[in-house]
Design a protein around this ligand. Structure first.
Ligand code: HSE
Length: 400
């Protein structure tokens, strides 16, 4: 029997325990052994839970139990979760997690610690919920140089944008529904302002390009300023507005960023709706690999966490080549150094807009409001030009 401990009994933690019970026979066959949740750590009381005998409040019970080989950290955040992860790894236990905040902030350090103690630190659920992304990139694309990764990395905002586009649902109502469905972070600002997607693009960039990329170096903008007017104008002109994480390797420099973007209806990404996430990974041998699935929610996220538990239970020793190196300073290009095409909605005349952007396509012109899509050029130049206009909205256009 393989004994595991689950840290945190929230949406994901309860999903992990439920899934292990629901698929016990299948899991036993895969593992060729029985998987048993011996402890659940939570500061709250669950007197009516069928698992009430498994609850502990003191992490040292788990830390000091040699029967526990694998710990699933699904608490979230980077305080208690960090402390418990360090202690579990030092005690010779593998740790698996859905905690993108912790992996994005401390991934390199924790991977080093896992290596030193010859155990594993797995984080498949930290990006894309239930979509297999981390292992396909690490293992199946191992023969490739990954040159680019981009996609929809946050289920909550994709759910909100879908409701706004298809049901004309106000932003606040769509967010409330996403929270009720268990998609949103404890503080949904992290979803709405692009912070959660930023953590995820940091993890994907680190894995793809080999060195830790920290959220502090990555530009992140959310969807709170997107209006229904922009959604409608974009749609009429053949685009869906999506929150997109992007990373690209330029050798000594990389692009890594999160922002809303106009995605052409001809791209598969534009048809990815509701809580679904989708990521395109470009390898120099395989070409484009497009993965799609549920990016948040109880059982989809638990699916990835439990898969990691099984992998950790099958491979007790540190997985060779797993992870990435320490950061390279000043590697992430600033926004001014990048080139973009912009969708602009401005309170100007057509002449005023075209004086700044002679080659722009005007896509909307009513009642003193003009919307246009500019050609691709250096963003430093864009910022100077936009200062000469009364900009109501400025959204990047995704370059495929
Ligand atoms: N709040 C996150 C999302 C959960 O909506 O994508 C999954 O990481």
């Amino acid at each position: 029997m393989i004994n595991v401990a689950v840290l945190g009994f929230g949406t994901v933690g309860s999903g992990v325990v439920e899934l292990i019970e629901m698929n016990q026979a299948h899991i036993t066959a895969k593992l060729e052994n029985q998987l048993n949740v011996k402890y659940i750590l939570d500061i709250r009381d669950f007197p009516d839970s069928p698992y009430k005998d498994k609850f502990v409040k003191d992490f040292s019970v788990i830390e000091n139990d040699p029967d526990i080989k694998v710990v699933a950290e699904v608490i979230g955040g980077a305080t208690f979760a960090y402390d418990y992860t360090v202690r579990a790894l030092k005690a010779g236990k593998s740790v698996v997690t859905s905690n993108k905040e912790l992996v994005a902030q401390k991934g390199y350090e924790l991977l080093q610690l896992a290596k030193e103690h010859n155990v594993n630190y797995f984080f498949e659920a930290s990006v894309g919920g239930g979509i297999p992304l981390i292992r396909p990139m690490h293992r199946c694309m191992a023969a490739n140089e990954v040159t680019e990764v981009y996609g929809i990395l946050n289920g909550t905002t994709n759910f909100i944008l879908t409701k706004m586009i298809e049901e004309n649902m106000p932003f606040a109502e769509a967010l409330k529904t996403a929270q009720e469905l268990g998609y949103a972070e404890a503080d949904p600002t992290a979803d709405v302002e692009g912070i959660d997607a930023c953590r995820k693009i940091c993890i994907l960039s680190s894995l793809a390009f080999g060195h830790h990329v920290y959220p502090k170096d990555v530009y992140a903008e959310g969807i709170s300023k997107i209006s229904l007017d922009d959604v409608a104008i974009a749609d009429e002109n053949g685009y869906a507005i999506k929150l997109i994480g992007q990373a690209e390797n330029y050798g000594s420099k990389i692009k890594a960023m999160v922002s809303p973007a106009l995605v052409p209806h001809t791209s598969l990404l534009s048809s990815v709706k509701d809580v679904f996430n989708s990521v395109l990974m470009r390898g120099n041998a395989v070409g484009d690999v497009f993965l799609c699935g549920r990016g948040a929610g109880k059982l989809p996220t638990a699916s990835a966490v439990v898969a990691d538990i099984l992998d950790a239970a099958k491979h007790f020793e540190f997985l060779k080549g797993w992870g990435w190196q320490d950061e390279v300073a000043n590697r992430v290009l600033s926004q001014e150094e990048l080139d973009f095409s912009w969708y602009l909605r401005v309170e100007n005349t057509r002449e005023e807009l075209l004086a700044q952007y002679p080659d722009a396509d005007v896509v909307f012109d009513e009642n003193g409001v003009i919307a246009a899509i500019t050609k691709v050029e250096n963003n430093g130049e864009h910022q100077k030009k936009q200062k000469n206009l009364k900009v109501l909205s400025a959204i990047r256009v995704l370059q495929l």
